[in-house]
Design a protein around this ligand. Structure first.
Ligand SMILES: *[C@@H]1O[C@H](CO)[C@@H](O)[C@H](O)[C@H]1NC(C)=O
Ligand SMILES: *[C@@H]1O[C@H](CO)[C@@H](O)[C@H](O)[C@H]1NC(C)=O
Ligand SMILES: *[C@@H]1O[C@H](CO)[C@@H](O)[C@H](O)[C@H]1NC(C)=O
Ligand SMILES: *[C@@H]1O[C@H](CO)[C@@H](O)[C@H](O)[C@H]1NC(C)=O
Ligand SMILES: *[C@@H]1O[C@H](CO)[C@@H](O)[C@H](O)[C@H]1NC(C)=O
Length: 408
């Protein structure tokens, strides 16, 4: 692994202007049994979900800028992306789970507006996010497809391109949705899409995403299911084939099984490095069951999404305590982070699900602010092994945030 790090450093060292400096200096994350390691030391993956880093749906851009009105899709500004990195650093986070850095299909602003048609413009926000994450020392976990039919695309695009006229509202329970996982034409299409994403060369770092250790893991998808809610039926054969494919083109990446829930029949897929579940609501009984199953299979567990703001605070604290005390838990990412509508630093971006964490928003409720403090305390315990007081003041994050911060 040391050899790899030196190789990557020497690649970064050869970058000529106008490429930006400062990225590609992160060491790779490797897995040893139930533990993730960076430079031989245990590393924890804690941070937010930031689903909109590649493509957003919450801001109407100025006239003339790319905008797809039917789904309100637009590219986030560079200032919004950079502020996320500064905020994660202030929270003590180590990484971000970012859906639209990998899921980008089916509308004119996507990486693949149509099957096998690449829209290079869609990579600008993605490249900037990966570059700025690297500069801030924040690693990225990137899902490759979504179970649903949101503005950013998902498995229904591949189904439709593969000849199955399905959509989520009408066909969520249609057995034909399994064609996404079983039809070789559609699997080949999905693999070609994965290749477009992972072999893309970042215009700011001149590294492909396969080469850039800032992206430490790809996830087979987000909340993957079959035709019945809770069925955990993203078939094991498909999970293995996709994990093998990712590793064949990006041997240094870890792979997360994106099945929604711990499917016991997947635990022996050797190419899967991390198993995960989502917690709506936070449920410590479920959490402990999940950890037990995954740990027994010799892999780390990761809580990929949870409701950070609802329910009892004591329940959230119990979850954090279990995670901090379980060596076989890799970490967790709350749902979900937003920030200022930067470069407009006077206004925040709002999203409708009631779960937005807006760091420093003067309109936050006391409950929101104390939860943000708890999250920071938890992240610092996980990432730095340090105890801070639950009411420790939150550090200020400048807006706009610097694109070349001093490294901590
Ligand atoms: C980017 O990397 C490629 C492949 O290593 C190399 O051929 C090219 O010269 C690099 N471009 C710049 C501007 O450094
Ligand atoms: C991996 O873990 C095993 C025991 O669980 C240990 O003996 C070995 O040294 C570890 N390897 C690294 C690279 O830390
Ligand atoms: C796979 O999808 C194609 C349409 O793209 C269809 O013709 C074929 O019958 C499907 N294969 C199976 C095994 O269902
Ligand atoms: C788990 O995966 C298997 C094999 O892919 C699948 O048959 C099953 O329906 C899934 N769900 C559960 C609950 O086992
Ligand atoms: C929590 O999870 C346990 C075990 O899976 C389940 O029996 C229980 O119903 C869940 N509780 C809630 C409130 O969802």
């Amino acid at each position: 692994m040391m050899k790899l790090a030196l190789f990557l450093l020497s690649v970064a060292g050869t970058l000529a202007s106008p490429l930006r400096q400062g990225a590609a200096k992160l060491s790779p994350v490797i897995r040893n049994g139930t533990t993730l390691l960076v430079d031989g030391k245990a590393w924890k993956m804690v941070g937010p979900n930031v689903y909109w880093l590649g493509l957003d749906e919450n801001v109407t851009p100025p006239a003339g800028e790319p905008f797809y009105a039917p789904t309100k899709a637009s590219y986030p500004t560079k200032e919004r992306i950079t502020e996320v990195m500064a905020t994660v650093q202030a929270l003590g986070g180590t990484m971000i789970r970012g859906h639209t850095l990998g899921v980008s299909t089916g509308n004119p602003l996507s990486v693949w507006p149509e099957a096998r048609v690449v829209n290079e413009q869609a990579f600008d926000s993605i490249d900037w996010a990966v570059y700025q994450a690297g500069v801030y020392g924040i690693r990225l976990l990137v899902p490759l497809v979504d179970n649903y039919d949101y503005y950013h695309g998902g498995k229904y695009n591949f189904l439709r391109w593969g000849g199955f006229d399905l959509n989520k509202n009408r066909d969520e329970n249609n057995p034909l949705v399994q064609q996404f996982y079983t039809n070789s034409t559609i699997i080949d299409l999905f693999k070609d899409y994965i290749k477009t994403i992972i072999t893309h060369r970042n215009q700011y770092t001149n590294l492909t995403f396969a080469e850039d250790p800032t992206i430490f893991a790809y996830e087979t998808g987000n909340e993957l299911l079959g035709p019945t809610w809770g069925d955990m039926n993203s078939p094991a054969d498909w999970v293995q084939e996709i994990a093998q494919y990712v590793k064949s083109i990006a041997p240094q990446k870890l792979v997360v099984d994106g099945t929604y829930g711990i499917n016991k029949t997947h635990l022996n897929i050797e190419e899967v490095d991390i198993f995960s579940d989502h917690m709506y609501p936070v449920n410590t009984t479920k959490l402990q069951e999940d950890i037990g199953l995954v740990e027994a299979a010799g892999r780390p567990f990761f809580a990929g999404e949870y409701d950070w703001v609802g329910g009892d605070t004591a329940n959230l604290q119990s979850m954090f305590k279990i995670i901090e005390e379980s060596p076989a838990v890799a970490g967790d990412t709350f749902w979900s982070q937003f920030g200022h509508n930067a470069p407009d630093c006077a206004n925040y971006v709002y999203h409708s699900d009631g779960l937005s964490l807006q760091y420093g928003n003067p309109r936050n409720t006391p409950n929101q602010n104390s939860r943000i403090q708890l999250i920071r305390k938890h992240f610092i315990a996980m990432s730095q092994g340090k105890e801070i007081a639950p009411d420790e003041a939150l550090p200020a994050v400048p807006c706009p945030a610097p694109t070349s911060p001093s490294r901590r």
